[in-house]
Write a protein that binds this ligand. Structure first.
Ligand SMILES: Cc1cc2nc3c(=O)[nH]c(=O)nc-3n(C[C@H](O)[C@H](O)[C@H](O)COP(=O)(O)O)c2cc1C
Length: 179
């Protein structure tokens, strides 16, 4: 697939099948993350443990239900809603310096999402699980992060299933030209 095709075809996958991701595809996607424009060092943690993913999913749902954020509460109240959408893999991206690392991790997720599309996989940029994975969160210690690293964003990965929670993307009207 050509790059522009991957950009055109990428969309957030909000349901996943149980089909495991081939090791070489996973490694290629992580490689793509490390090829993205870099603003500061970051770290990637690949979580594949089904039981742990289930615990993170449950704790995130509970945090969303009790959130001050109305949008999060609304999503969590949707029948059948699961914040990790049954994905077999969650990649957590962390950095020591959030101010410098945030641009790096966002770029890495973007690059990995295009690579995933190219390889026939679905993905979704997720901020919601950071509520329970971040420093001070219930799962922080289980991430095995290098000292000083703080989880900033997550990316779900897997073979996409039937998407029940996707939202249509509004048409963009956000460009002006100078010259
Ligand atoms: C910083 C950030 C956090 C996000 N967090 C979530 C999330 O927790 N759950 C979710 O379903 N989507 C999340 N998204 C994905 C966006 O909702 C999604 O990209 C947007 O709806 C556009 O849809 P598309 O990716 O299918 O084009 C997040 C995106 C960004 C950039």
């Amino acid at each position: 697939m050509e790059t522009l095709k991957a950009i055109e075809n990428r969309k957030s996958a909000r349901d996943y099948t149980e089909q495991p991701i081939e090791r070489e595809k996973l490694e290629k996607i992580l490689w793509a993350g490390n090829r993205a424009p870099l603003g500061g060092a970051f770290h990637m943690t690949v979580i594949r443990d089904k039981a742990l993913l289930g615990e993170i999913d449950e704790a995130t749902l509970s945090a969303m239900k009790n959130s001050d954020n109305e949008f999060a509460r609304g999503r969590a109240a949707l029948p059948g809603y699961r914040p990790l959408y049954h994905a077999p893999v969650l990649i957590v991206l962390s950095a020591e310096d959030p101010a410098r690392g945030m641009s790096s991790v966002c770029n890495a997720v973007t690059a990995m999402s295009f690579a995933a599309t190219d390889l026939g996989l679905g993905s979704c940029f997720v901020g919601s699980p950071i509520q329970v994975l971040g420093a001070g969160g219930a799962f922080f210690a289980r991430l095995g992060l290098p000292a000083g690293c703080k989880p900033l964003v997550g990316m779900l990965l897997g073979y996409a299933g039937a998407d029940k929670f996707g939202r249509p993307r509004p048409a963009a009207d956000n460009v002006n030209y100078v010259g």
